[in-house]
Structures are given as structure tokens and as C-alpha cells.
Design a protein around this ligand. Structure first.
Ligand SMILES: Cc1cc2nc3c(=O)[nH]c(=O)nc-3n(C[C@H](O)[C@H](O)[C@H](O)COP(=O)(O)OP(=O)(O)OC[C@H]3O[C@@H](n4cnc5c(N)ncnc54)[C@H](O)[C@@H]3O)c2cc1C
Ligand code: SF4
Ligand code: SF4
Ligand code: SF4
Length: 357
């Protein structure tokens, strides 16, 4: 296990799962590249929505969300716009109770908000993140420029809007007697106590059955007895949990968050060292500034990590995401671009874990 040093890419909820895995287990994840994420969609319902526009997934070259619209750039080079007010109905339920835009527990967060076309907004959050960005500048993988005050204000405002909107959803949900565990502020001691009394059945009743599961696959990865399988819709457990196991409940990003990882909702983009606009010098096929692809290239080429955990799309099912672990930079480049639906990102780590056992 320890021979793997993995750089992962993920949405804020997936990065939180990775952070909890680092906190509670011996995790192979070494570098966390977090994406910005306002919302995500159901793959199946997205397909149904496209039918209303006489389109199918296979017709789409690229998805982009901007200024209140989902832009579909078609293979025919035409563009179709779907208002977000229409696409709202296909947003995954769990995203409505998500109050994080910018992957606050990552080493480096990457998105487009605030930066001009072809540039990405990059939030450096840790010493490791800073070293990576400095190394990538020095080796001419990326170029940077200052992130101005108006750019910063826009990012802060949109992050704050997400928090406020979804805190209202949380309030409504809690009013219906459904506690949103990850927003409950508890001391580490009392979280340890909760964890010690919880297993998959608690995960099922508190998270999965109430539509809070983000489908990250961390529970499947963490289960020492391989009792959990995760398909397209939800984690399922078969068998009987040993009395002393609580691993799935501990690592789930939607159960209680330890004090050092908890977001402070009064800081819309969380704690950071520096925010920059960044452009790739090496790649241009990505979603925005191709910064994720470029940083992974830098990390693999310089042997700072051994592998990258990325999300590519299936060859036989257009835009259907799936996660894989690779050392091949061509595969990293191929996986560029945003897939606006979810897959259990931690699934391929299970194979690595089993190899090591
Ligand atoms: C669901 C979703 C919603 C987003 N919403 C916003 C937003 O509101 N505002 C904003 O500024 N940015 C948003 N982003 C981030 C943005 O779309 C780009 O991913 C980001 O700017 C990085 O661009 P890039 O050109 O550097 O990445 P690229 O070089 O194109 O690399 C993209 C990487 O993202 C990974 N990836 C693609 N799809 C997924 C996925 N579904 N889950 C996990 N990893 C994935 C791939 O592994 C790939 O390595 C969102 C991303 C996702 C996945
Ligand atoms: S819960 Fe939804 S909105 Fe929040 S980070 Fe995950 S995919 Fe994005
Ligand atoms: S054995 Fe442990 S990790 Fe697996 S389902 Fe049961 S409680 Fe969860
Ligand atoms: S229940 Fe499992 S798949 Fe769902 S959010 Fe929690 S850890 Fe992720």
C-alpha cells in the first residue's frame, strides 16, 4: 500500500472523503487536486432532459456551465443552451445540502470562476500545494498572474451564495427531522463516541436512505471485509458487520466532520495561502485552463506521485464517468474535461488495496 503515492482529482465532497480517509486510515492519497463544484447531475435524468431537445449524450462534444446556463457544444459545432432553472430538476438531491464550492480540504483547488477564458482560478491551500505550483512554474508547465480584487469578490460572492442557498435546504431538511450530520458541530471526542457506536446500518439510515449520499465509494473502499458494493445508484451491504468495525461510517463525507477538516461557513472559500489565475503552457485539451491535466503531468513526470486517480468517460456509454488509476500521461490527457455526473471515485483504489494485502 505505502509504495503508492496517489494524486487524486475530485469534487469538494470527494475531496472531503479523501481527507477523512487520510484522517482515519492509512490512505495512499498524497496530493488532493480539488475542483470547484456548484452542483452535479443525474446521468440518467440528464439523458432524459436531452431528449426534450432532440439530443443524446453522444451528440455532445463538451458541457460548460456559465452565467445561468448549461451550454452544450455539439459535435456539429452548434451550441444549445439549457437554462439552469430547467436543469435544476436533474440536480442530484444530495447537492442541495452541499455548502462547499471550492474543495476547501484540498492541497490545490481549481475552477473557472473569476478567471478569463483559457485561464483557471487556482487556490493554493497547503505547503505541499505551494511547492507543486512553484515547481510547475519553474519547469514551465504553467504561467500565472495575479487574481484581482474584483475577481476575488466574484468568487467569494458565488461561494457565499451556494452556502446560503443550501443552508436553507438544510434547515428545511432538518425541520423534517432529518439531521444533516456533516453540518453538526461536535468535538472530536464526541465524534469518536458516535463512530464507535455506528456501522453500515447507521450509514444507511442517516445518509443513504435520506438522499445525502454523494456516491463517492469511500465506504466501499474502507470496508475491511468487502461487504459493501456500490453500483450506479447507492452502496449496498451484504453480510454481517463485525462488532468492532465502524470504518464506512468514519470515512463517509456526509457523516460527522472532524474539527480540523470542518468548513467554516463564514469563510466562503475556506482557508488558503494564495489565489492565482493560471494558464497551462503544455496542454490545451482540458475543460478550462487544463490545469488539472498539467499539474498531474508535472507530478507524474517528476515522480512526486506514483499514480493519478482520475475520472474518464466510458468508450461505450457517452459521457458516463468512471474512475481509474493510471501512470500514463496520455491517459491523463484523455481524461481532461468535466463530466457532469458522478461515479464512485474510490473504486479503483480497492484493487490497489487488495494487491497490497
Ligand atoms: C460536477 C462538476 C461541477 C463543476 N462546477 C464548477 C463550477 O460551478 N464552477 C467552476 O468554476 N468550476 C466547476 N467545476 C470545475 C471545472 O468544470 C473544471 O473541472 C476545472 O476548472 C478544471 O479545469 P481544467 O481545465 O484545469 O481541468 P482538465 O485539465 O480538463 O481536467 C479535468 C479533470 O477533472 C476530472 N473530472 C472530470 N469530471 C469529473 C467528475 N465528474 N468527478 C471527478 N473528477 C472529474 C478528470 O479526472 C480530469 O482529470 C466543476 C467540475 C465538476 C466535475
Ligand atoms: S455534493 Fe454535489 S455539489 Fe457538492 S461537491 Fe459533491 S457533487 Fe458537487
Ligand atoms: S464491516 Fe465495517 S466497513 Fe464494512 S459495512 Fe460493516 S461497519 Fe461498514
Ligand atoms: S455512503 Fe458511501 S458512497 Fe455514499 S457518501 Fe458516504 S461514503 Fe460516499
Amino acid at each position: 500500500m505505502s509504495e503508492h503515492r496517489i494524486a487524486m482529482v475530485g469534487t469538494p465532497c470527494e475531496i472531503m472523503a479523501a481527507s477523512k480517509m487520510q484522517h482515519y486510515t492509512d490512505s495512499p492519497i498524497d496530493v488532493k487536486l480539488g475542483l470547484f463544484c456548484m452542483e452535479n447531475f443525474s446521468y440518467k435524468y440528464f439523458g432524459n432532459l436531452l431528449k426534450e431537445y432532440d439530443l443524446k449524450m453522444d451528440d455532445i462534444e463538451k458541457f460548460q456551465i456559465d452565467k445561468g446556463f448549461v451550454f452544450l457544444l455539439l459535435k456539429t459545432k452548434e451550441t444549445v443552451k439549457i437554462p439552469l432553472s430547467v436543469a435544476k430538476r436533474i440536480i442530484r438531491k444530495n447537492c442541495n445540502i452541499c455548502v462547499e464550492l471550492t474543495s476547501e480540504t484540498s492541497d490545490i483547488s481549481i475552477g473557472s470562476i473569476g478567471s478569463e477564458d483559457g485561464w483557471s482560478t487556482v487556490i493554493i491551500r497547503s505547503r505541499k500545494g505551494m511547492e507543486i505550483v512553484e515547481g510547475a512554474i519553474e519547469q514551465k508547465y504553467i504561467e500565472t498572474k495575479e487574481f484581482s480584487e474584483p475577481q476575488f469578490n466574484l468568487l467569494n460572492k458565488l461561494a457565499g451564495n451556494k452556502i446560503n442557498k443550501n443552508l436553507e435546504h438544510i434547515e428545511k431538511k432538518e425541520f423534517l427531522a432529518r439531521p444533516v450530520l456533516y453540518q453538526r458541530e461536535k468535538s472530536d471526542d464526541s465524534i469518536a463516541d458516535e463512530i464507535s457506536q455506528s456501522n453500515f446500518l447507521d450509514l444507511k439510515s442517516n445518509i443513504i436512505d435520506v438522499g445525502a449520499c454523494v456516491l463517492c465509494g469511500a465506504c466501499e473502499y474502507a470496508c475491511p471485509d468487502n461487504l459493501i458494493t456500490i453500483d450506479d445508484t447507492k452502496p449496498i451491504m451484504k453480510g454481517e458487520c463485525p462488532q468492532d468495525c465502524h470504518a464506512c461510517f468514519a470515512v463517509c463525507p456526509r457523516t460527522f466532520i472532524p474539527e480540523d477538516l470542518r468548513n467554516d461557513n463564514s469563510k466562503p472559500i475556506g482557508d488558503y495561502v494564495k489565489v492565482l489565475s493560471v494558464k497551462s503552457i503544455k496542454h490545451s485539451q482540458g475543460q478550462d485552463g487544463s490545469i488539472v491535466t498539467t499539474l498531474l503531468d508535472y507530478l507524474l513526470t517528476n515522480d512526486i506521485v506514483t499514480d493519478a486517480l482520475i475520472v474518464d468517460k466510458k468508450d461505450d456509454l457517452a459521457w458516463k464517468p468512471y474512475a481509474k488509476v493510471t501512470r500514463d500521461i496520455d491517459e491523463v490527457v484523455k481524461s481532461g474535461g468535466t463530466k457532469y455526473s458522478v461515479c464512485p471515485v474510490f473504486k479503483p483504489l480497492k484493487d490497489i488495496k487488495e494487491e497490497a494485502d
